[in-house]
Design a protein around this ligand. Structure first.
Ligand code: ZN
Length: 340
């Protein structure tokens, strides 16, 4: 099959489109013919080099396609079925997995990070990872959904416990997590404030349901939040930007508010004034992906049309270097897709 592999870490030039042997599925696995795979910032981190990644390596977490072959021990699927693949790898038998918190399993990793992913034509995965998709979603849309929607759902619903009527600040309207979090918070009848670096992205954020947009190059986020909330601050901040926005995110919280973070795109080192943490009784939560239960829950809303995938641009797999350069410029609103 054709695949894009890394033989070394580095810039987009290390992404090599080449012939590799077809995967040989186990009897408890399903072989999927990949049709689309979306990009995440994780692809860039892994490409630049992360510990625990063995070379050569295939990137790609978010996969959609058609079933090519069903293992002998697998029931309930048939060849040709349109599916997406849960973007996670877990053992399935430890106490954490049995308890349904696969993202705390010691073997847990994201597809395309600790194990090979979907920047290729064929992938073999356990049957538990295979999820049929409705005809209403094309392959590009389906591939744009899993990682960012399960992440945003786990942050807002699983961890922060979002409730109707709350005010939620979602950083980065155009990011994958941003487009998911805005829609999920609106589904819970929250008031949503979002941020972006230009007016076009803010307008699109409002189209997704955001009530207010803050241009973070022109305004201080926390000052605008104070104006919008009549000095109260927000109940929840959805953080994934990291160093560039951390102080403003903390300042935007109301007393007893919750900051939940899943990433550090602009850098991982931040500081915190402990007096603010205890005196204002803030909650700071770390979030990593989500559980299989949460993935099925949020996909139910996507399949029913209550939450919408947002695809920015599609590149052929063979032009993956251009796709990575485009992602790193952060000009997109929504997901960048590789079509296979
Ligand atoms: Zn496990």
């Amino acid at each position: 099959m054709k695949a894009v592999r890394l033989h070394q870490f580095g810039g987009p030039e290390v992404l090599t489109y080449e012939d590799v042997p077809d995967p040989q599925p186990r009897k408890d696995q399903v072989l999927v013919r990949v049709r689309a795979c979306s990009l995440n910032h994780l692809d860039v981190w892994v490409r630049k080099g992360l510990p625990g990644v063995n070379l050569p390596h295939i990137l790609g977490s978010d996969i959609s396609g058609e079933i090519a072959e069903v293992g002998e021990y697998v029931g309930g699927f048939k060849s040709g079925q349109r599916v997406l693949i849960a973007p996670m790898h877990f053992c399935g038998t430890c106490t954490k997995c049995i308890a349904g918190v696969q993202n705390q399993c010691r073997e847990f990793t994201v597809l395309g990070n600790g194990v090979d992913g979907g920047n290729c034509e064929l992938i073999a995965v356990p049957a538990a990872n295979v999820i049929p998709i409705p005809d209403s979603l094309d392959f590009n849309q389906a591939a744009s959904v899993p990682l960012v929607f399960v992440t945003a759902w786990h942050m807002l619903v699983g961890l922060a416990g979002v409730r109707p009527g709350q005010t939620v600040l979602v950083l980065g309207a155009g990011s994958g997590v941003g487009i998911a979090a805005i829609q999920i918070a609106k589904m819970f009848h929250c008031r949503v404030i979002t941020t972006a670096g230009d007016e076009a992205k803010l307008a699109k954020g409002r189209e997704l349901g955001a009530d207010y947009g803050i241009n973070h190059y022109q305004r201080k986020i926390s000052e605008e939040v104070r104006k919008i909330t009549n000095k109260a601050g927000v109940d929840i901040v959805v953080e994934h930007v990291g160093a560039a926005t951390w102080d403003e995110s903390i300042r935007s919280l109301k007393a007893g508010g919750t900051l939940v973070t899943c990433g550090a795109t602009t850098g991982p080192n931040v500081s915190i004034d402990l007096r603010h943490l205890f005196a204002r009784q803030l909650r700071l939560l770390g979030s990593y992906m989500g559980t299989m239960g949460e993935l099925h829950e949020v996909l139910g809303h996507v399949f029913a049309g209550r939450l919408k995938p947002v695809v920015d641009r599609v590149f052929p797999l063979s032009e993956i270097r251009d796709a990575h350069e485009y992602l790193e410029k952060s000009q997109m609103f929504g997901k960048v897709i590789l079509s296979v």
